[in-house]
Design a protein around this ligand. Structure first.
Ligand code: SAM
Length: 243
């Protein structure tokens, strides 16, 4: 990994990025779900529904939902009866997730604190690996992709939902204006924290484009990689197979 990595628009040391991303999610954890609805007009729910339909979870599968945060994707996966493990580096996000699961009566999920770059699971533990809006926050993305490949069984599937770059003419300008002005303001009003939301917007801009990220998934060892753009590429679902 290079000497510096991006933290939003800043270039910082890898250690500083990990610490500052930790601070962001510690700060936003209690308001995270409210803010997701406010910022996306509820659209993140549709993207996550689509994402889980792509995964096609089955009752006899073990699935790792990495950077699972407050459980949104895991709750959807668990409807299939699959054994779902929710892993995240941030205990504050996991605590909110555990409380949400209890409130909804969702049982049987495994919640575990893990760094995506250095997973503690044995090789070939899972049938599918999902990561939604998580990978751009990881400091060493190639290391996390390699770990995803390691913990999947042969025939295992990798799925990543992440913001990307919309190709729709005109939409990009509107979206830029919205995300750079409205989102930090919403962050201040609803979560009392504009800086964390400024980071979240900036980190989207620094994330590799669809082609580059698809290549990175391939470099980690996945085959038959593909990408499905949503809203012209504002959001993208990447996938690949371990053989
Ligand atoms: N997947 C959830 C969702 O879609 O609502 C949460 C996404 S949230 C934007 C990003 C999550 O990535 C946070 O919970 C954060 O703690 C987690 N994260 C960041 N770096 C990580 C790492 N290195 N390993 C594991 N989780 C990480």
């Amino acid at each position: 990994m290079s000497d510096t990595v991006s933290f939003g628009y800043e270039d910082v040391s890898p250690e500083e990025k990990t610490a500052r991303v930790g601070g962001v999610f510690r700060n936003v954890a209690s308001r995270y779900d409210l803010m997701n609805d406010a910022m996306s007009g509820g659209m993140h729910r549709l993207w996550k529904d689509r994402f889980v339909r792509r995964v096609k979870p089955r009752a006899d599968e073990a699935i790792l939902d990495m950077a699972g945060g407050t459980g949104d994707v895991a709750f959807r996966l668990a409807v299939s009866g699959a054994q779902v493990t929710v892993a995240d580096i941030n205990p504050a996000m996991l605590d909110v997730g555990v409380a949400r699961a209890a409130k909804r009566g969702v049982t049987g999920l495994i919640w575990t604190e893990q760094n995506a770059e250095t997973l503690t699971f044995p090789d070939r533990s899972f049938d599918a690996y999902t990561i939604a809006f998580g990978i751009r926050n990881v400091t060493d993305i190639p290391a996390a992709l390699k770990e995803a490949h390691r913990v999947l069984r042969r025939g295992g599937r990798f799925y990543c939902l992440e913001f990307s770059t919309t190709q729709w003419p005109g939409f990009k300008e509107v979206y830029d204006a919205y995300s750079h002005t409205v989102v930090p303001r919403l962050g201040r009003m609803l979560a009392g924290d504009s800086d964390s939301y400024r980071y979240l917007v900036e980190s989207i801009r620094r994330f590799p484009d669809m082609d580059r990220f698809e290549a990175m998934v391939g470099e980690a060892g996945f085959v038959r990689t593909s990408v499905e753009p949503l809203l012209g590429g504002l959001v993208a679902i990447h996938s690949g197979w371990k053989i």
